[in-house]
Design a protein around this ligand. Sequence first.
Ligand SMILES: Cc1ncc(C[n+]2csc(CCOP(=O)(O)OP(=O)(O)O)c2C)c(N)n1
Ligand SMILES: [Mg+2]
Length: 360
Amino acid sequence: MKFETISYLDLEGNLPSGFKHDISDETLIRAYKIMQLTRRIDERMITLQRQGVVNFVIGSRGEEGCSVASAMALKPDDLLYFQYREQGAILWRGMTPEEYSHHMLLNEKDPSKGRQMSNHYGSKKHASMTVSSTLATQIPQAAGAAYAMKIQKKDMVSLCYFAEGAASEGDFHAGLNFAAVYKCPVIFFCRNNHYAISTPRKFQYAGDGIAPRGVAYGMQTFRVDGNDIFAVYDITKKAREICMKGEGPVLIEAMTYRVGPHSTADDPTRYRKDEEVCDWDPKCPVLRLKLHLIKKGLWNDEKDKAFKDAMHQEVEAGIEVARNTPKPSLETMFQDVYADMPWNLQEQYEFLQALEKEKN
Ligand SMILES: Cc1ncc(C[n+]2csc(CCOP(=O)(O)OP(=O)(O)O)c2C)c(N)n1
Ligand SMILES: [Mg+2]
């Protein structure tokens, strides 16, 4: 079985003649701005990690089209389940650079109160479940949440992001099979970005990628150009409609490329050539949308500069506030699990309190 890749936007920013879409000019400009914001925040967080301010970063350079355009096709209450490289989606939902920075710096305003590694964002306000380090755990969770939505007859879907490496986990198969058998309104969104840390995709699967697995489980499946926001938006919107008609789940395989290192703990020059990375430069989702906006007369270099200056300032201001916000206090480490603290935790708490007193 061979899957074609659905793609509309060419590398010069043109759409096929007669191609129709329902994205307003305003929304297109916002998509461009959020993709640029995502890229900038990633760049700044990586620098802050090098300076010892942030402990860990997973950048999404080159994959902003997948996260932003898929979130754009949903309703704001639809539940998002992340892998970890989908910060564009939570920023699309309105998380501010300051809120994002509070999490990355793991200070007292971080919703997880510093109990997670950085880059494990999540937000109740933005209907976004917290990132989980253990690969693929979000897949059965998203299927289960969608099953609950179906039973409660809610006008709602869950969208579950994961990548081609995570699709080798048992949870992928359990989640997809459960969702297909019970026709759960869940969109499985696979970012096929060619690598799982240093493992290239030729060592990940022998078949034609991840898409045929959706067919095997009995669900409607699409493969899209993940660097074309029009294709990602169109197919995610269609997937949502399929779910709402009770015909879900849907699997989308978005073909993309991880331009940066896996994380700040990785050196990709050890396992891939620069030329391979450069091949993807013209396919960049941000560049292609920018060229399209310019062709439509919606954007120009002057607007770009003014937007970037203001956006960079907003990012710096957010980081500054986060840097000046205290770390979570000691007691938060012992809260939110037990109504009454058990004796052994009480003992540990007192031990740490004494240490802290000594230090001060
Ligand atoms: C169960 C489990 N096994 C291994 C790891 C270590 N690990 C973290 S990310 C990663 C690669 C995942 O690759 P992929 O799903 O393709 O996502 P990408 O990083 O390419 O976005 C691995 C092996 C983990 N976090 N959890
Ligand atoms: Mg991958």
